[in-house]
Design a protein around this ligand. Structure first.
Ligand SMILES: [Ca+2]
Length: 380
């Protein structure tokens, strides 16, 4: 009840002035007491229901938790660049996703699967099967050192030796369409499409691929982007198949990096998975320096690693593909006819298949906030 209602309730009674005044004072005290309590309760309620961080991600995240989850397969060349590991953590920390399978792409896919499995154990997500993708060699990658002693047969979840078949089976057996989110070159996906073309009717593709109007580092000249150029025929297969294709080309993903306070928040996180991410970043970065500068002392290597890993991330290209699998709110999307040329460019051409391209950011800072929020979430 408001103060105004109390006063108007008294006035029509026509009581003598003294009684009226005394009643007014009494009711006034009662009213202010009730109001203070009511406002206090209201403040407490709103505080407890308010998200810790008032960023769009929280609003989006809390809404999505009650909705049906998005079934995804994550196909990753993790261990080559470090951004796949950031993308994997974003994927696992986003409540929107129902992750059905993770497959490894390119090179020593078994060693890469060990890194994925060990990360899934740390995340407490051994419900997610791991598929070993097409193997190209048995050499180590910079990051595989982190899981060198991990025995893949000890993984408490399922490991599929034939990752390509696992992709096909996961899509074909799913009652719902599945999003195939890919953040590397595409031999596995192209092979799956060759072996079972019907997956295109039941799946959608979301990838970190190409360069349309901008190249690496925001340059105004497009580049032959690595994930396309490294296995051009595979990219051509995926980009000409009759399924829904969505990409973040370098135009959007090539300028994502965490620095300063945003990066520090991630480094300071107590989330075990995020700590493992930074540990991987350190191992990966150190190996890169040792490979390039063989004459450096241990102290010099330590200093170079600390200077980089304690201050900023590298470019986090692959995180944007994960984002596009759940939302396009923070980017400008364009439907563009795209061809993949034999030398690895993704060019706008009337002969191309029309695909959904994230061509520019609407709000890159809000995406960085979302990323930090997700990466620093502590499991409830
Ligand atoms: Ca990648």
């Amino acid at each position: 009840m408001s103060e105004r209602n109390l006063l108007t309730a008294v006035k029509p009674e026509g009581l003598v002035l003294g009684v009226n005044l005394a009643l007014l004072v009494l009711l006034g005290i009662l009213a202010s007491f009730l109001m203070a309590d009511s406002f206090g309760a209201s403040d407490r309620d709103s505080a407890s229901s308010r998200p810790a961080l008032p960023v769009p991600s929280e609003v989006e995240g809390s809404g999505a938790e009650g909705k049906a989850k998005i079934p995804v397969i994550f196909d990753t060349d993790i261990c080559d660049d470090i951004d796949d590991t950031w993308a994997l953590v974003l994927l696992l920390q986003s409540p929107q996703f129902d992750v059905r399978l993770i497959t490894t792409e390119v090179g020593n896919t078994e060693a890469k699967a060990k890194v994925v499995a060990r990360l899934l154990e740390i995340a407490g997500r051994t419900d997610i099967p791991v598929g070993i993708g097409l193997q190209h060699h048995k050499n180590e990658h910079r990051q595989t050192l982190w899981a060198k002693d991990y025995d893949l047969s000890s993984y408490r979840g399922t490991v599929y030796r034939d990752g390509v078949q696992a992709i096909i089976d996961t899509i074909m057996k799913s009652p719902q369409p599945i999003k195939v989110v890919a953040t590397g070159p595409l031999p596995n996906i192209a092979a799956a499409l060759e072996r079972e073309p019907r997956i295109a009717d039941r799946g959608q593709f979301v990838g970190m691929h190409g360069s349309i109007r901008r190249g690496y580092g925001g340059s105004t000249t497009p580049n032959a982007e690595y994930n396309v150029k490294a296995f051009v025929k595979a990219a051509q297969k995926v980009f000409t198949t009759g399924w829904d294709v969505t990409i973040t080309p370098l135009d959007t993903c090539g300028i994502v990096q965490l620095k300063d306070q945003k990066y520090q928040k991630v480094c300071d996180s107590r989330n075990p998975l995020t700590r493992a991410l930074i540990e991987n970043y350190r191992v990966w970065y150190r190996r890169g320096i040792l490979d390039e500068h063989k004459d450096l002392s241990q102290a010099e290597v330590d200093k170079m690693v600390a200077e980089k890993v304690d201050s900023s991330s590298t470019t986090l290209f692959d995180t944007v593909a994960i984002y596009l699998a759940m939302s396009t709110e923070l980017v400008k999307m364009g439907k563009l006819p795209i061809i993949v040329t034999d030398d690895g460019y993704t060019r706008i051409d009337d002969k191309g298949k029309v695909i959904n391209c994230a061509t520019e950011w609407k709000d890159l800072s809000a995406f960085e906030d979302l990323l930090v929020d997700r990466l620093t979430r502590v499991k409830r």
